[in-house]
Write a protein that binds this ligand. Structure first.
Ligand SMILES: NC(=O)c1ccc[n+]([C@@H]2O[C@H](COP(=O)([O-])OP(=O)(O)OC[C@H]3O[C@@H](n4cnc5c(N)ncnc54)[C@H](OP(=O)(O)O)[C@@H]3O)[C@@H](O)[C@H]2O)c1
Length: 300
């Protein structure tokens, strides 16, 4: 029988990719929109788990407005910490495994090397703090929870760095991009593929299986935001790629501080799950091609 997967989220980058790829896997997916399960009402949202009695729950929705979280702290905490905690309790009581997605922003970025899952955390902003609180609540409540941290998520949908860069270039705007923050770009499609490929194992694995606990998933290769922008323009424009100027984080003040190098080490996750994330440029090429196809397909 197919693995019954209940996903929170339908419109986000990850949520859309899980929905898109689910038919390629042996899963029966139900995805709940914000209208069907508002994470700002954690107990009500968590009741959906008991109603559906899934084998695996995927928490793909979150409060992701990093700068806005500095002022909307209570809402960010309810969505990113209290709701995951309530959903994790519901999973534990009905025997479902849980996949909860977290972020490199739980780290302060000062380690000077890629972060291992059990490295000390130290979020620099409210978003990162609420995500860290969510991780802890999930792991405390549900022994069969996989908390997968990821970074710099992009896709052909929603709001993300790839789409912003291509829009700025199309508008002929000057391109000056932060060159002193480093990380691992991650395709939402690759993250979704990873989650779906593990659905059967997660459904069947007992508590204590190394699949559960803290893991890191990101595409391979580290770059700066400027290096990422150059990669996008190389793929989109080839020889006609616009020049990208380098600026420092200090030159572009933002409400929320960001880690200088939150790069995730994925080696333990690769070993436990037998997966090898592909290089970010390879994944990016598919996203850029999809965006170009969308543009060609849209009416003039
Ligand atoms: N994006 C990144 O660069 C990044 C980096 C590291 C980790 N992550 C983590 O990866 C996961 C997936 O991120 P993503 O990039 O796919 O997110 P996203 O594209 O920003 O989408 C967020 C989703 O959460 C939903 N949502 C927000 N508030 C909600 C609420 N109160 N109730 C129900 N749904 C709500 C949004 O719904 P609406 O469409 O209705 O607003 C949207 O579907 C998140 O846990 C995020 O923290 C993301």
């Amino acid at each position: 029988m197919s693995v019954r997967v209940l996903q929170f989220g339908t419109t986000g980058q990850l949520a859309r990719e899980v929905i898109r790829q689910a038919p390629d896997h042996d899963v029966a997916l139900t995805a709940l929109s914000r209208a069907e399960a508002d994470l700002a009402d954690p107990d009500k949202a968590a009741r959906r788990v008991a109603e559906h009695r899934p084998d695996v729950v995927v928490l793909a929705a979150a409060y992701t407005a990093v700068d806005q979280a500095e002022t909307e702290t209570l809402l960010a905490r309810r969505v990113n910490a209290e709701a995951p905690g309530a959903i994790a309790r519901a999973c534990a009581s009905c025997g479902a495994a849980l996949v909860h997605v977290s972020t490199d922003y739980v780290f302060d970025g000062a380690k000077g090397a890629p972060y291992l899952p059990n490295d000390p955390t130290g979020p620099l902003n409210t978003y990162g703090l609420t995500k860290l609180e969510g991780e802890r609540k999930v792991l405390d409540a549900c022994p069969r929870a996989l908390v997968v941290r990821t970074s710099w998520v992009v896709s052909a949908h929603g709001r993300n760095f790839v789409k912003t860069m291509l829009r700025l270039a199309a508008e002929g705007r000057p391109l000056n991009v932060v060159d002193d923050q480093f990380g691992r770009p991650t395709s939402a499609a690759d993250l979704a593929g990873f989650v779906l490929s593990q659905a059967r194992r997660l459904a069947d694995a007992p508590a204590g299986d190394p699949a559960f606990g803290l893991h890191h998933f990101a595409n391979a290769g580290e770059t700066s935001w400027r290096g990422f922008a150059e990669g996008i323009f190389d793929l989109a424009y080839g020889d006609r790629a616009p020049a990208v100027g380098a600026i420092a984080t200090a030159d572009r003040p933002a409400p929320a501080a960001r880690p200088a190098r939150g790069t995730l080490d994925t080696s333990a996750t690769e070993a436990v799950f037998g997966v090898t994330p592909r290089p970010w440029r390879e994944a990016l090429a598919e996203i850029v091609a999809e965006l170009q196809n969308q543009t060609e397909a849209s009416p003039a």
